[in-house]
Design a protein around this ligand. Structure first.
Ligand code: TRP
Length: 338
């Protein structure tokens, strides 16, 4: 049998996942899983989350299981995908140490994603960023290569990280001999989903996200507060759906025919925003219903979540150990030929 390609990706456990994550990446992961063409790994990146939350360990800890429940509820199947906790695979930390010799400080300082993040985290880092944070691309390279990851499906913002990983692999292989596998990025074609407030990004800190685990009332409340065409004051004013967030969301959650109808009625001033929002809210609630139900199951069975994580982590560790052996051999650290 031909060896399947290794797919690896993950998330920092800093909050529950929302519909932006769903359309941006989670949906794609389920498709890849169901294609049967990949050996799938998904990591909960607690070590990486600590690089900018070192002063808030409770937050990271509490979100590990939340993120895993999000995965399970959207259809990540633990019999097909290995889900593991990064900190419980210490081989990744070991690899990080060895790779750090292959990366210059200047190169790390040039990484555009890290640069942007540092600028956004002035409050945490002040004028001088930590060694751990500026170095997290090295740790991410270890995450990927420990599993000989070939395909890494991530958003655009992660491109510089994957590029840096590829450089590390090439450098390693040129010094120590062909050992590591160079990964490729799989960019999601999906556009980033805007927030209900019209903001380009959906996020917890922006307060504009609909979480996969939101109860019905919460979805309703959020949709009711969505931004519509500001020039539409009365119900019979003619509206412009193209600048209305409710319409933008209808296109994601509402069937084509109803969408057209809502667009035409809005333009003609024949339909009020409240009824339009109610329809949208119902559709989102229906869309998320199976996800919510599956999640409720795991909420009620925390021992199953833990079992999945323990087994996934054990399996992941075996794979990482194999890579570690190859790395040590290449680096002449295999003193007793173990
Ligand atoms: N950097 C990713 C994020 O912020 C998380 C992550 C950690 C990751 N290690 C990874 C993604 C390895 C892909 C591959 O969400």
């Amino acid at each position: 049998m031909e060896k399947k390609k290794v797919m690896l990706t993950g998330d920092r456990p800093t909050g529950k996942l929302h519909i932006g994550h769903y359309f941006g990446s989670l949906k794609k992961r389920v498709e890849l899983q169901e294609s049967g063409e990949y050996e799938m790994y998904i990591l909960v990146a607690d070590v990486q989350a600590l690089t900018d939350n070192f002063n808030n360990p409770e937050k990271v800890r509490n979100n590990v299981r939340e993120v895993v429940k999000d995965y399970l509820s959207i259809g990540i199947d633990p019999t097909k995908t290995t889900i593991y906790i990064q900190s419980l695979v210490p081989e990744c930390a070991e690899l990080t140490q060895y790779y750090s010799n292959l990366v210059t400080i200047a190169r790390l300082e040039r990484n555009p994603t890290v640069k942007t993040e540092i600028a956004q985290k002035k409050e945490l880092f002040g004028e001088s960023v930590t060694y751990g944070f500026i170095g997290y691309p090295v740790s991410q390279a270890a995450d990927i290569t420990a599993f000989e990851g070939e395909v890494v499906p991530v958003g655009e913002d992660q491109e510089p990280l994957i590029e840096q990983c590829r450089e590390i692999v090439r450098k390693f292989n040129s010094i120590y001999g062909e050992t590591l596998v160079e990964p490729q990025i799989m960019l999601s074609k999906e556009k980033r989903i805007k927030g209900l407030d019209g903001n380009e990004k959906m996020g917890k800190s922006l307060g504009n996200a609909i979480y996969l685990s939101d109860p019905e009332e919460e979805v309703n409340r959020k949709v009711m507060s969505a931004v519509t065409d500001p020039n539409r004051i009365r119900k019979d004013d003619k509206g412009n759906p193209n600048i209305c967030m409710v319409y933008y969301y209808h296109k994601l959650f509402t069937d084509e025919e109803s969408c057209k109808k809502c667009c035409a009625e809005c333009k003609a001033g024949e339909r009020g925003c409240v009824s339009c929002k109610k329809e949208l809210s119902n559709n989102i609630i229906e869309y998320l219903r199976p996800i919510r139900e599956k999640r409720a199951y795991y909420d009620a069975h925390p021992e199953e979540v833990d079992k999945i994580l323990k087994e996934g982590t054990e399996k992941a560790r075996m794979t990482a150990k194999e890579t570690m052996k190859k790395v040590k051999k290449a680096m002449k650290l295999d003193y007793f030929n173990e």
